[in-house]
Ligand binder design. Structure first.
Ligand code: UDP
Ligand code: MN
Length: 313
């Protein structure tokens, strides 16, 4: 910040002194440790894809720099709470207020068929909640898959005019550590916690050539999670539209991909390489996977759910 105007009359001298002092102390400058070319930030994990997209792990980024870069950015967080899944909203939103894009402008887009069950959670300044009424489906698989269609439709109608980036998340989760602008990029996906160390042959891609989601056994970079992806509104619109169209084609051919929308997401991201990849810090299940030493932080984690009691209800 420049001290323009301090030489003019009417500016109290104590204010000039205060501003000068603040400037000297570095309040208006972004001060951060220098990166060290000969000292890699992480040596235990891959931090760059072969197409040179960063893989986001703790220790590889400096939030001070990134927060300044994304200072004027607005982020949309889409989440579906259809039928019984409204019970997850409160914890999801409360923890998002503590950890998700803190200090940035955020629009929560809640897609639901149960308007009356959306909890009122106090929000920080610059953050708002938008409830979007949508239809439900009988099968949980259809609810999960039709998220692509609904995100695609609302991207054209609203999101393009309202936010810069979209983050598309499952609701049966909570934030438990910092999730900030380090994730933002044109197109990003998250390494599925169950498969980050697996061979490509072991990925649960759709293997039947009759499906639009088919991936041959000798292809595949990573297995991405269906519950956390995003990018610029333009790219998310492209992705969700393509996945929805592929699912419609499958339906016409009486085939349903093995992991539903996640299978189609994986097909899309194989042929449209993401510009950032999030480590499993951004999608973890401690009950199932414990806590290996590479996981320095657990940022977005599964909330235990009783599948029988909650699905198809
Ligand atoms: N979902 C929903 N109502 C349902 C089923 C699913 O709102 O009856 C939404 C919800 O956002 C959920 C997502 O679809 O997080 C994916 O389903 P689920 O989390 O059950 O799949 P999983 O993570 O277990 O594969
Ligand atoms: Mn889930």
């Amino acid at each position: 910040m420049a001290l323009r105007g301090c030489g003019e009359r009417n500016t109290p001298s104590w204010l000039c002194l205060l501003l000068l002092l603040a400037g000297c102390l570095g309040f208006y400058r972004v001060i951060s440790p220098k990166a060290q070319v000969l000292k890699p930030t992480r040596t235990d994990v891959l931090v760059m894809t072969p197409w040179l997209a960063p893989i986001i792990w703790d220790g590889t980024f400096d939030s001070t720099i990134l927060d300044a870069q994304f200072r004027t950015t607005t982020i949309g967080l889409t989440v579906f709470a259809i039928k019984k899944y409204v019970v997850f909203l409160e914890l999801f939103l409360r923890t998002a207020e503590q950890h998700f894009m803190v200090g940035h402008k955020v629009n929560y887009y809640i897609f639901t068929d149960r308007l009356a069950d959306v909890p009122s959670v106090p929000l920080q300044e610059g953050r708002q909640l938008v409830v979007l009424e949508v239809r439900n489906y009988t099968r949980w698989q259809d609810i999960s898959m039709h998220r692509m269609e609904m995100i695609s439709n609302f991207s054209e109608r609203r999101f393009l005019h309202e936010v810069d980036y979209l983050v598309c998340a499952d609701v049966d989760m909570k934030f438990s550590d910092h999730v900030g602008v380090e994730i933002l990029s044109s197109l990003f996906g998250t390494l599925h916690p169950g498969f980050y160390s697996a061979q490509r042959q072991a990925f649960t891609y759709e293997r039947r050539p009759q499906s639009q989601a088919y991936i041959p056994r000798d292809e595949g970079d990573f297995y991405y999670a269906g519950g956390f992806f995003g990018g610029s509104v333009l790219e998310v619109h492209r992705l969700t539209k393509a996945c929805h169209q592929a699912m419609m084609a499958d339906q016409a051919n009486h085939i349903e991909a093995v992991w539903h929308d996640e299978s189609h997401l994986n097909k899309y991201l194989l042929y449209h390489k993401p510009t950032k990849v999030l480590s499993p810090e951004y999608m973890w299940d401690e009950q199932l996977l414990g806590r290996p030493p590479i996981m320095k932080r657990l940022r977005y984690v599964a909330v235990p759910k009783n599948h029988q009691a909650i699905r198809n209800r």
